[in-house]
Structures are given as structure tokens and as C-alpha cells.
Design a protein around this ligand. Structure first.
Ligand SMILES: *Cc1c(COP(=O)(O)O)cnc(C)c1O
Length: 303
């Protein structure tokens, strides 16, 4: 099976000295998986490499996937389809907004066909779209929610191997946990004891999600204090985290995933779950376009 490259690997691992001092760590590094090349970058690119290899091996001509209106995964699936010459249908939750913003602008630029699920379940609408593609004589390939499967988690096993080669003696790797493939792959590569997943509220039960993705035995630490009022909302800790990364390192995080991940890292250091002396890596998983569509971002981010 030939696996599309989609980018330049390994992604950089950068020291973040000011941010380390601000959060209370002796040593903090940022794994720049926001710089994964394709389509504005982000963690979904590593998973999509493996999913697209499966799609091509199956003779697919049309990718179908699901997500929230501001799904980074949907945006990167649109970009991957464009790169590979495959048609793309994105089934997005809810109704079309009055104006396309953020990721939605990029989905449309890349030529994806967008189907709004309204009040129906996206999975049901996606199954209908697969049938429709087949009726048109094309070959659909359904990419699972968030691009997470046992197979695609391999993309983060590879990221773990990159990290081990870039920096010896890593104690902790902190990452946002959504559909779970990213954390599951890191656990496979680094062992559960070194991984901290910050729940963003994308799935009802992150433990069941990790189990379904092949995490057996010991679980990683899961920080659950950052969901706040829900996946699409912006709590004060997350707004603070966005400001802190921007003002200490010139590093822009997103309000849904990486902002929560940094807020979670701060919470873990504050209560001692991560000790000051632990050599810590923060995985920047991308997501910046979502910042420009977040309904709460303007009032919350006033200084
Ligand atoms: C999807 C996403 C995550 C979470 O990754 P999962 O593999 O779904 O858990 C983290 N950060 C960003 C920016 C994402 O888009």
C-alpha cells in the first residue's frame, strides 16, 4: 500500500522557554504538528495519510466524512482529496451558517461538496451520501469521525517515534483528546504513563473511545477539567491559555483543542500531577482556522 507523504517529516520540535517559565516547568518543548504541510496543517494529516492509502488501495474515487461545522478534520479531508484527485463530500452537523467562516471557507475553496445534516445524525446522512455516490457510478470511501481508527492511529505511533529521535528522555507528552486517534497512537508509541490526554468534550466517554481504538491495559492520564460548558464553548482558562502562548512564544493556539490542551497542562502542573522537573512536550495539533469562526472569541479575548 503506498502512503501519500502530504508534507515534510519530521515536524519541528521547538523549545518554549518563556512558556515553560510561565506554566512552572523547567523544560517545555512544542511538537509543531500544526506544520504538517497539507491544507494549513494539523494532526489530521498524519491520520489521513493512512486513511487515504486505504481508500486508494480500495479503488475509491470519492471520500465521505463527517464533522462539526468547524471541523479541522473535514478541512484536511477536503485538502487531501484535492491533492489526490478524489472527490470529497463533507457531512457537517446542523444547518448552514449565514456566512462561511474559518474552516468552512477552506472546505469550499478546496472544492468539497458540503451536506448539512440539520437535526439528523451525521452518520446516517453520511451512509445516505455513500449510497448516492455509488448510484452515480463512483466508489465511496467513508472516513470515520475525526479520522480516528485503529489503522490511522499508526500516524501518531510514527509521531511518537519522531519525538524519541528528536529528544531523549521525554517524561510527558500533553495532547488534546477528541476523537482519540492521536492520543491512542502516542500511547502505542510512548507507553500510557508518559501521555496526558486533555479531554475537549468531543466524545461522551474518552476512556471507551481509547479502548475502541486499541488502547489495552494501562490508560494515559486524562485531564477532564477543561470541557467547561461544552465542546463549542470558550471557558476563561482557555482564553487565558490562548493569550499566554501568543504572548510568551508568538504561538497561536485554537479555542477548541490546543487552547484546552495548554489549559489542561497548566492545571496538571498547578496541582502536581506533572512535576516541575519533568521534561514535557506539548503537541500543537493545529486548528487555527477555527479561531476565526468562534462565536465567543471577540468578547472573551478582550484584554
Ligand atoms: C481533531 C483535533 C484534535 C484531537 O485529535 P483526535 O485524534 O481527534 O483526538 C486536536 N487538535 C486539533 C486541532 C484537532 O483538529
Amino acid at each position: 500500500m503506498s502512503i501519500p507523504s502530504f508534507g515534510t517529516w519530521p515536524t519541528p520540535l521547538e523549545p518554549a522557554r518563556q512558556l515553560a517559565a510561565a506554566v512552572g516547568l523547567d523544560e517545555l518543548w512544542v511538537k509543531r504538528d500544526d506544520l504538517t504541510g497539507l491544507g494549513g496543517g494539523g494532526n489530521k494529516v498524519r491520520k489521513l495519510r493512512h486513511l487515504c492509502a486505504q481508500a486508494l488501495a480500495a479503488g475509491a474515487t470519492h471520500l465521505v466524512t463527517t464533522g462539526a461545522a468547524q471541523s479541522n478534520h473535514a478541512r484536511l479531508t477536503a485538502a487531501a482529496g484535492a491533492r489526490l484527485g478524489l472527490a470529497v463530500t463533507l457531512v457537517l452537523r446542523g444547518d448552514p451558517p449565514a456566512q462561511a467562516r474559518g474552516n468552512l471557507v477552506l472546505d469550499l475553496l478546496a472544492g468539497a461538496r458540503i451536506v448539512w445534516a440539520g437535526d439528523r445524525a451525521t452518520g446516517e446522512v453520511a451512509a445516505e451520501q455513500e449510497r448516492r455516490v455509488r448510484d452515480d457510478g463512483d466508489v465511496p470511501f467513508l472516513i470515520p469521525f475525526g479520522g480516528s481508527s485503529r489503522h490511522s492511529a499508526r500516524g501518531y505511533l510514527e509521531c511518537a517515534q519522531e519525538l524519541e529521535a528528536q529528544l531523549p528522555g521525554i517524561d510527558r507528552v500533553v495532547v488534546a483528546l477528541g476523537s482519540g486517534g492521536t492520543a491512542a497512537g502516542l500511547v502505542a508509541g510512548l507507553g500510557a504513563a508518559r501521555v496526558v490526554g486533555v479531554d475537549v468534550g468531543a466524545v461522551p466517554d474518552p476512556v471507551a473511545t481509547l479502548r475502541a481504538l486499541g488502547v489495552e491495559g494501562e490508560l494515559p492520564m486524562i485531564e477532564r477539567g477543561q470541557v467547561g460548558a461544552g465542546y463549542g464553548t470558550l471557558g476563561p482558562g482557555v482564553a487565558d491559555a490562548l493569550r499566554l502562548a501568543a504572548r510568551t512564544e508568538g504561538l497561536f493556539l485554537d479555542p477548541t483543542y490546543t487552547g484546552r490542551a495548554l489549559a489542561g497542562l497548566r492545571a496538571c502542573v498547578a496541582d502536581g500531577r506533572i512535576a516541575r522537573g519533568e521534561r514535557t512536550v506539548f503537541v500543537h495539533t493545529g486548528g487555527l482556522p477555527g479561531l476565526f469562526a468562534h462565536p465567543q472569541i471577540r468578547p472573551e479575548l478582550q484584554p
